[in-house]
Design a binder for this molecule. Structure first.
Ligand SMILES: [Zn+2]
Length: 83
């Protein structure tokens, strides 16, 4: 199927006017800046316990945001003991 030039222009206009891509920063494994989307790969430096809320500064865009720590517990069971 050959698209008309108007279709391309319409698609371009829609992309230009679309809201910025949502940053996935809810219940993620790494602290993610809600401003720029940068992930922080060293969560241990925050020393948080379950439910702790802390204001931190993004090391990338230098904006501040709030982080809540949510710890989930998972279990592994085996028929035989670990060696
Ligand atoms: Zn940031």
């Amino acid at each position: 199927m050959v698209q008309k030039r108007e279709d391309y222009e319409l698609a371009y206009e829609q992309a230009k006017n679309a809201p910025p891509k949502e940053i996935d920063c809810e219940l993620v494994s790494y602290v993610t800046c809600p401003w720029c989307g940068k992930e922080d790969y060293d969560p241990w430096e925050y020393d948080q316990s379950d439910g702790d809320v802390e204001e931190i500064e993004c090391g990338y865009c230098e904006k501040t945001f709030w982080v809540q720590c949510m710890i989930t517990v998972k279990y592994t069971s085996k028929k035989e003991p670990w060696k």
